[in-house]
Ligand binder design. Sequence first.
Ligand SMILES: C[S@@+](CC[C@H](N)C(=O)[O-])C[C@H]1O[C@@H](n2cnc3c(N)ncnc32)[C@H](O)[C@@H]1O
Length: 236
Amino acid sequence: MTWRASVLTLFPEMFPGPLGLSLAGRARARGVWSLDAHDIRAHATDRHRTVDDTPFGGGAGMVMRPDILDAALSAVADERPALVLTPRGQTLTQATVRELAAGPGVVLLCGRYEGIDQRVIDARGLREMSIGDYVLSGGEPAALVLLDACVRLLPGVMGAAASAEEESFAAGLLEYPHYTRPADWQGRRVPEVLLSGHHAEVAAWRRREAERATRERRPDLLTAQAWAVAPPPPAP
Ligand SMILES: C[S@@+](CC[C@H](N)C(=O)[O-])C[C@H]1O[C@@H](n2cnc3c(N)ncnc32)[C@H](O)[C@@H]1O
């Protein structure tokens, strides 16, 4: 069954963009997934095709109108989860990516300007998703990031299925470092164990390196994992 992505945007020409190339592009050509980008402006009702207005309460910038966005969502809504890209949202993780990739697809709403009238988010029960603690000028690059992460997990998209199981975040750890030929480059030698041919020792080394990198770079991932196994006792 085809995994279907619909994107609501003021800039449909930004899609498929990089997702038209490489793994994602070939998978789309084979019908593993589909992408349709819809112009929000097509749902504007006035002569100037206005989609935004000034914020109640004052302040800088413009806000995207709930009635226009609701009409745009109605045109594509079905059983798929509907998400809005926003820096106020839950940060996208590999666990969420796995969850979305296992479903029928996604409907993604991309904001512009100062953002989106909260009422359409509430009324539609949109899941608010951020790709990180920084501000983009629009939701489109965030939608491309989310879609890229989902599409590569769809069955048959990645060459070696095993690589998805070993890579960063799959087991709550960052991945171990990679090395290829030449074994000696500018005096820097590949770790000897990787040349040994001992599969068990290589696996143990990789596990140790993954744990070390995670401890040094992202100790928060280890804490999150420990919590998942044994939540802390409730405060007295
Ligand atoms: C200029 S931003 C609006 C930022 C908003 N005024 C704020 O401070 O939270 C315009 C649009 O870009 C998108 N966007 C910006 N940063 C994002 C992020 N980190 N993750 C997901 N979407 C983002 C959202 O769709 C947002 O509505």
